[in-house]
Design a protein around this ligand. Structure first.
Ligand code: NAD
Length: 422
């Protein structure tokens, strides 16, 4: 359109997810009707949630639960609380979950949920009411054999405990496997809180090996310092990487000779922000993304690396802790520059993998120690990384397209095996 810059058009995460699918599917020579049958979300539910706020006001929130696929097993995926949650975003996140579970070979489909709200302005009491009402509204969809929620942005083990309790009250029995990412005392798995960051660390290490970069001493910038970003920073720091910059929603900090990550985690516990960490200097969000470092870990939200800033990226590896941080246009620019992008559906799959372990342990009623969980996670992540690299080499394509190809093929295989009920 004349006079309209691409940056003026709002980016649709779902359109991006569909574009990634189409690009990978085109390389597989599969029947177009079959692809159509697995591409779109299977069902999407929109719910209204009237909540009495602490000051007596009634406020109506909107929530979503989308099941993209249940072909390989129950739907699986997190629940996000954020003011920008929309059906478009939840559909994209649900689709990425389908491909993610297939890439790491765990027996789940893909789902996602979210509530459009600003949790930073809500009390714990209000959040509990919102969570319980949301759970009651999506009750027909969820359950250990149907669709199993987990934490995502601004939700945590406490949120999962409320969901598990609400589900169980309606089922008239304690049903721990209805949700994952729970506190340990009520059926959570050891290692779950750290699992996504651990998976990012493992795949970034494998990517460094692949690129011939020494992981020990590698310089790293991390965008987002929540569950995924802070734990990735902590584990990479423990592995000898130098974490030179981190950010959160309030701002970014830089220390070229490396941040003391355990100290920073304590600072964030007290001040709730990374800013003003002693010895660090403030930089802008954009500066963090374009820092001269070996590994960049976007671990916040979607669409942060676009065609407008992709060319300024200097990192040799991008490990996608977040879902959908790079748009398809930006991907092309990064590929041309030779940046190795470890795609979200592989890179951050450690979380859903240990969620699967949690679900397995809940159903057995027998719990593994943390070493056992981490050992199994390492095996799954390294195997998936190598599976993707094999497709990269066979088809001379990017890791993202290779991961999608692998995942689509796995979903197609079970879809054909099951046949079509009509
Ligand atoms: P979180 O709520 O724990 O943390 C999000 C972090 O991002 C916070 O530090 C927040 O301040 C920061 N942030 C938000 N907007 C920002 C901005 N514009 N610039 C810089 N920082 C910003 O969420 P999380 O669970 O760590 O999830 C982060 C990403 O990882 C999401 O894309 C999520 O879908 C993905 N993910 C999470 C899990 C999981 O197990 N939690 C698993 C797989 C993928």
């Amino acid at each position: 359109m004349p006079g309209v810059k691409s940056s003026d058009i709002p980016l649709s995460a779902f359109a991006n997810a569909m574009q990634q699918f189409d690009e990978a599917a085109a390389k597989l020579n599969l029947d177009a009707d079959l692809l159509e049958a697995i591409k779109q979300p299977r069902r999407s539910l929109i719910v209204k949630l009237p909540i009495r706020r602490d000051d007596g006001r009634l406020e109506v929130f909107t929530g979503y639960r989308v099941q993209h696929s249940i072909n390989r097993g129950p739907a699986k995926g997190g629940i996000r609380y954020h003011p920008k949650v929309s059906l478009d975003e939840v559909m994209a996140l649900a689709a990425w979950m389908t491909w993610k579970c297939a890439v790491v070979g765990i027996p789940f489909g893909g789902g996602k949920g979210g509530i459009c709200c600003d949790p930073s302005t809500m009390s714990s009491h209000e959040l509990e009411h919102l969570t319980r009402r949301y759970t009651a509204e999506i009750l027909d969809l969820i359950g250990p054999e149907r669709d199993v929620p987990a934490p995502d942005v601004n939700t945590n083990p406490q949120t999962m405990a409320w969901i598990m309790d609400t589900y169980s009250m309606h089922a008239r029995q304690t049903s721990t496997a209805a949700v994952t990412g729970k506190p340990l005392e009520i059926g959570g798995s050891r290692g779950r809180v750290e699992a996504t960051g651990r998976g990012v660390t493992i795949t970034a290490r494998e990517a460094a090996k692949n690129k011939g970069i020494s992981y020990d001493g590698a310089t790293v910038a991390v965008q987002g310092f929540g569950n995924v970003g802070s734990i990735t920073a902590k584990l990479m720091h423990q592995s000898g990487c130098r974490i030179v910059a981190v950010s959160d929603v309030f701002g970014a900090i830089h220390k070229p000779d490396g941040l003391d990550v355990p100290g920073l985690i304590e600072h964030v516990k007290t001040t709730k922000k990374v800013l003003d960490f002693p010895g660090s200097k403030r930089i802008s969000h954009e500066e963090l993304l374009s820092l001269d470092c070996d590994i960049l870990v976007p671990a916040a939200l979607e669409n942060v690396i676009t065609e407008d800033n992709a060319d300024s990226i200097k990192a040799e590896i991008i490990a996608e802790g977040a879902n959908g941080p790079i748009t398809p246009d930006a991907d092309k620019i990064l590929n041309q520059k030779g940046v190795l992008v470890v795609p979200d559906i592989l890179c951050n799959a450690g979380g859903v993998t240990v969620s699967y372990f949690e679900w397995v342990q809940d159903r057995m009623g027998y719990f593994w120690d943390e070493d056992e969980v981490n050992r199994r996670l390492e095996l799954v992540m390294v195997r998936a990384f190598n599976d993707v690299i094999k497709v990269v080499e066979e088809h001379n394509t990017s890791m993202r397209i290779a991961a999608f190809m692998l995942a689509i093929k796995r979903v197609v295989d079970v879809t054909l095996m099951r046949g079509f009920y009509s």
